[in-house]
Design a protein around this ligand. Structure first.
Ligand code: NAP
Length: 282
C-alpha cells in the first residue's frame, strides 16, 4: 500500500511556488500579495491563519493579516473587502471561516472580487468550475486532486465516489473528478447503502466529519482512498476513514494527520499566484 505523504508533496509544491514567485518578481518587479481577514478568537482559526502567513512568507509572497474582534460589525468588514478589492498590490483575499453569527457569510463571500477569491467560494468561481472554465478552486479539494493525480495521472473512465456534498469539499471535488473524465457518484447523509456505493469506487474521497466512517470492507481492492476528515477523538485526531482496516485493501491512502491537511495551505498559495498571473494577463 502506498502511504500518500501529503507533507512531502506539499513541500515539493511550495518549492515550485517559491521558484515561480522568484520568476514573477524578476519579470514584473512585484510579488503576489495575500490578505487574510481574521475575525474573533476561534483558536483553530488563529492557528490556520498563522500557518497560512508563515507558508506565504516562506514562498516569498507578500502577506498580511487583518484582525477584528468578534464584535466587529458587518459593514466594517465589507468596507475593508471593498478597499482590498481596489488595491492592486493584493492578488488574493481570504476571510477565515467560521464567522460570528451576526456577520452574513454569503454577503462576505460575494463581496470579494471573484478575481481575488483565493478560496474559490464566490458563486462566480463555483459556476466557472462547474462549467469547466478557468476559476479559483477551493484549496482542500484541489489538494486532494493533486494527490490523486500523483498516484494515478490518467483518471479517464475511473469510478469515483465522493462521500459528503459540502460546498467546501464534496461538490468542488466532484467537479474536479468529472473534469478528469471520472464517473462520479456523490453521496451524503441520506444516501441509501453507502457501503455499496463506496465499494464501486476506484477512487474514494471521504469528506464527512465522522470518525472512521469508511471501513475496510467498504473499499474495493486497490482503490485510491483520500481522507479529508479531521476529527478530534479520545485516541487523538483521526480521519473519516478507518486507517488500519482500509490500509489492508487500498492501493493508496492518505494518513490523518499528514495527508490532505498540508496540501490545503500549499494550494492557497498556488491559488494566490494563479490570481496574480491572471491579473497581469500572462
Ligand atoms: P460538512 O460541511 O459538515 O459536510 C459534511 C457532509 O457529510 C455533508 O454533505 C453531509 O451530508 C455528509 N454526511 C454526514 N453524515 C453522513 C453519513 N452518515 N453518511 C454520508 N454522508 C454524511 O463538512 P466539511 O466542511 O465538508 O468537512 C468534512 C470533514 O473534512 C470534517 O472532518 C472537516 O474537519 C474536514 N476538513 C478538512 C480539511 C483539511 O484541510 N484536511 C479542510 C476542511 C474540512 P448532508 O449534506 O446530507 O448533511
Amino acid at each position: 500500500m502506498i502511504l500518500i505523504d501529503g507533507k512531502k508533496v506539499a513541500a515539493e509544491l511550495r518549492e515550485e511556488l517559491k521558484q515561480e514567485v522568484f520568476n514573477l518578481k524578476s519579470k514584473y518587479n512585484k510579488v503576489p500579495g495575500l490578505t487574510v481577514i481574521l475575525i474573533g478568537e476561534d483558536p483553530p482559526s488563529k492557528i490556520y491563519v498563522r500557518n497560512k502567513e508563515k507558508s506565504a512568507n516562506e514562498v516569498g509572497l507578500k502577506s498580511e493579516i487583518i484582525k477584528y474582534p468578534d464584535s466587529v460589525d458587518e459593514k466594517t468588514v465589507l468596507d475593508k473587502i471593498y478597499e482590498l478589492n481596489k488595491d492592486e498590490t493584493i492578488s488574493g483575499i481570504l476571510v477565515q471561516l467560521p464567522l460570528p453569527k451576526h456577520i452574513n457569510k454569503q454577503k462576505v463571500i460575494e463581496a470579494i472580487l471573484p478575481e481575488k477569491d483565493v478560496d474559490g467560494f464566490h458563486p462566480m468561481n463555483v459556476g466557472n468550475l462547474s462549467s469547466g472554465y478557468e476559476s479559483s478552486i477551493p484549496c482542500t479539494p484541489l489538494g486532494c486532486y493533486l494527490l490523486i493525480k500523483k498516484i494515478e495521472p490518467n483518471l479517464n473512465g475511473k469510478k469515483a465516489v465522493v462521500v459528503g456534498r459540502s460546498n467546501l469539499n464534496g461538490k468542488p471535488m466532484t467537479q474536479l473528478l468529472l473534469k478528469e473524465n471520472c464517473t462520479v457518484t456523490i453521496t451524503h447523509s441520506k444516501t441509501k447503502d453507502l457501503k455499496g456505493e463506496c465499494l464501486k469506487g476506484d477512487i474514494i474521497v471521504a469528506a464527512v466529519g465522522i470518525p472512521e466512517l469508511v471501513k475496510g470492507d467498504w473499499v474495493k481492492k486497490d482503490a485510491i482512498v483520500i481522507d479529508v476528515g479531521i476529527n478530534k477523538t479520545e485516541k487523538g485526531i483521526v480521519g473519516d476513514v478507518a486507517f488500519e482496516e482500509v490500509s489492508k485493501v487500498a492501493k493508496a491512502l492518505t494518513p490523518v494527520p499528514g495527508g490532505v491537511g498540508p496540501m490545503t495551505i500549499a494550494c492557497l498559495l498556488k491559488n494566490t499566484i494563479e490570481c496574480f498571473k491572471r491579473s497581469v494577463k500572462l
